[in-house]
Design a protein around this ligand. Structure first.
Ligand code: COA
Ligand code: AMP
Length: 637
């Protein structure tokens, strides 16, 4: 039997131009597009070529000027770590954004210039992003948990004219000064910004570098509010760096037109949100979820978005999510499963829920990592609302697969993010680029063209975009996730096919960690693997083979290795476990047997691979893992 989802899905795949052309009418355009889909540069596709708009106008001014909704709440900043709740109407947010856009313009920022934003979860981060969009500048937000070196890599790639930062972030009970990290990053980077604007928070006063730094407060005092400029639909709105298979992150580009069209549409189709609803994505503006669903999509939609500066536990307790939902009358929330695992660990019987009125709460959405059945069941039982898994990536910008709650909710199958979202033609392929039959596991791929709002390319690197995503399966986008599709069209996402691991919903490259460890003077060879963790989903574990003749205390070397990753990648890597082994298990052709080590660490049954060069090494690996509290797997007889 056909339903609304089926009809919409079919139209989106059979007639993408007709479908997205119609959807695009919902946005405000200064000039309408000439072509919905431009295939002239295939396999690089562009949406809405010839169209002109402004993202900030669509997010703010449109609601004030055209819809008479200037008094409607746009943003609720709820910060248990500073005991602050601050609300902005659409008109107020528009005015603050216009003023800061004027401050950026005052520093010489114009259309096409890059601005790096390195900020905690404060309204000024959102204001800075929208201010860039307002004047056509391209923002690149860098997550606060990255180390100076990672920030420096992004500075060198994006070459920002200005960096916007804050004096500190607040991580639970700890205040983390951002300015020393920023100064160090600028010191390391070869491309220096012309100016920095620093938001001074009362918890820490950052010393300013004369001639380069201005405080946010001072910058806006003298600024003239800036109006929205017109940009091409195909102009970049932002660059968001994400982990690839090397230490060099990939600069995912998002354009203005396709992004506004697709994201606005998703708010109702996927999340069932209307403009009078309150929506909360508990993520960080440094991640794609924060870009898409704290800032842009809810504001395009004209609803209210909650900006939460806190953790699921400890700020002050495991009831804070329920407090926020209840206090702000949140209809739907979106977060990563790890956040709910953290709550469940502290309050397994969900006693704290009973203190709050959650009658407005209707749907919980989860993404970013595999949603394990125990977490889904605990959430369903204790909240009494549907718990909806959905699958997406930094690159895609919005969900590839979901249970589209605004089109037609399907029964939930545990372990599946349900079906392909309209716009996404998902196929399972074998290495020969052939489609696999229903139920067989292979490479989850998307037939080109990707829908609007997904990445058109990598920042100034079409070639890397093509090589990384479009070459292995010609005609398709490689998601680098393995999985299958069942007979009812439900998609199952099993594992990554590359070296990416998912730690507390944060995407990290083990290859990048190996690059850091390999630089330790005593390390001859190393491997980093993601092992299962009951809270964070996965955590990285390092295996170090030391240079011949090294006689130092191995514990000291391990401590140095842990410190090195923290300093060079950042605390977000959560790299705390490493062990020294004599050799790494390899095939006779020299390939490290990662899958076997992984099984030993995850306490799964494993077979000694026929290709192994020396089977005795596996016992050594097992003993080493037991030494750090991991392992216990049994060899299959
Ligand atoms: N600035 C500075 N440091 C940061 C940071 C930031 N914005 N975010 C995280 N860190 C630090 C943490 O303080 C921690 O440091 P530590 O090793 O000194 O303790 C480290 O990075 C690891 O952080 P995290 O993985 O977040 O672990 P945690 O123990 O602090 O918290 C959870 C665990 C589960 C509560 C937390 O990961 C969480 O809320 N996750 C939700 C996931 C999420 O929002 N994902 C986004 C995609 S939807
Ligand atoms: P990121 O780019 O940080 O959003 O990470 C994207 C990766 O996270 C995907 O390629 C998947 O490996 C994983 N992921 C995201 N959502 C899900 C999900 N719902 N189920 C399983 N894995 C997911």
């Amino acid at each position: 039997m056909s339903n609304r989802y089926d009809a919409v899905y079919r139209q989106s795949i059979n007639d993408p131009e007709g479908f997205w052309g119609e959807v695009a009418e919902d946005c405000h355009w200064f000039k309408k597009w000439d072509k919905v889909l431009d295939t002239s540069q295939a396999p690089i596709y562009r949406w809405f070529t010839g169209g002109e708009l402004n993202t900030c106008y669509n997010a703010l001014d449109f609601h004030v000027d055209h819809r008479g909704r200037g008094d409607r709440l746009a943003l609720i900043y709820d910060s248990p770590v500073t005991q602050t709740i601050k609300k902005y109407t659409y008109a107020e947010l528009r005015d603050e954004v216009a003023r800061f856009a004027g401050a950026l313009a005052g520093k010489g920022v114009t259309k096409g210039d890059r601005v790096i934003i390195y900020m905690p979860m404060i309204p000024e981060a959102v204001i800075a992003m929208l201010a860039c969009a307002r004047i056509g500048a391209i923002h690149s937000v860098v997550f606060g948990g990255f180390a100076a070196k990672e920030l420096a890599t992004r500075i060198d790639d994006a070459m920002p004219k200005v960096i916007v930062s804050a004096s500190c972030g607040i991580e639970g009970q700890r205040v983390i000064a951002y300015k020393p990290l920023l100064d160090e990053a600028i010191e390391i980077a070869s491309e220096k910004p012309e100016a920095c604007i620093i938001f001074q928070r009362p918890q820490v006063e950052a010393p300013l570098t004369p001639g380069r730094d201005t405080s946010w407060q001072e910058a806006i005092t003298s600024a003239t509010p800036a109006d929205c400029v017109t940009v091409a639909a195909t102009d970049p709105l932002y660059i968001l760096y994400t982990s690839g298979t090397t230490g060099q992150p990939k600069g995912v580009v998002r354009d203005n037109g396709g992004h506004a069209v697709a994201l606005k549409w998703t708010m109702k189709a996927i999340y069932d949100i209307d403009e009078d609803d309150v929506w909360w994505a508990a993520s960080d503006v440094g991640w794609v979820v924060g870009h898409s669903y704290i800032v842009y999509a809810p504001l395009f939609k004209g609803c209210t978005s909650v900006l939460f500066e806190g953790k699921p536990v400890g700020t002050p307790d495991a009831g804070v999510f329920w407090r926020v939902i209840s206090e702000h009358k949140v209809k739907c929330m979106f977060t990563a499963p790890t956040a709910y695992r953290a709550i469940r660990r502290e309050d397994p019987e969900a006693k704290l829920i009973k203190n709050y009125d959650l009658s407005n709460f209707k749907i919980l959405f989860m993404a970013g990592e595999r949603l394990d059945p125990a977490t889904i069941q605990w959430s369903e039982n204790n909240l009494g609302v549907p718990v909806i898994d959905h699958w997406w990536q930094t690159e895609t910008g919005w969900a590839i697969a979901a249970n589209c709650m605004g089109l037609h909710p399907f029964p939930v199958k545990y372990g599946s993010p349900t079906k392909a979202v309209p716009g996404w033609d998902v196929r399972v392929l074998n290495p020969e680029n052939e489609e696999l039959p229903t139920g067989e596991i292979g490479a989850l791929s998307v037939k080109l063209p990707l829908p609007p709002g997904s990445l058109p390319t990598l920042w100034q690197n079409d070639q890397r975009y093509i090589e990384a995503y479009l070459s292995e399966y010609p005609g398709y986008y490689k998601t680098a996730d393995a999985g299958m599709i069942d007979e009812e069209g439900y998609i199952y996402v099993m594992s990554r096919t590359d070296d990416i691991i998912n730690v507390a919903g944060h995407r990290l490259s083990t290859g990048a960690m190996e690059e850091v460890l390999a630089a330790h003077p005593d390390v001859a060879e190393c491997a980093v693997l993601g092992v299962e963790d009951s809270l964070k989903g996965q955590v990285p574990v390092g295996f170090l083979v030391l240079n011949a003749g090294v006689t130092r205390d191995t514990n000291e070397i391990i401590q140095e290795a842990v410190a090195q990753i923290r300093e060079q990648i950042g605390p977000v890597a959560a790299f705390k476990m490493a062990t020294v082994v004599k050799r790494l298990p390899k095939t006779r052709s020299g390939k490290i047997l990662r899958g076997t080590i992984q099984k030993i660490a995850d306490k799964k049954q494993f077979k000694t691979p026929a290709t192994i060069d020396d089977p005795t090494i596996l016992d050594e690996i097992k003993t080493a893992l037991e030494g750090i509290g991991l392992a216990g797997a049994r060899k299959e007889s």
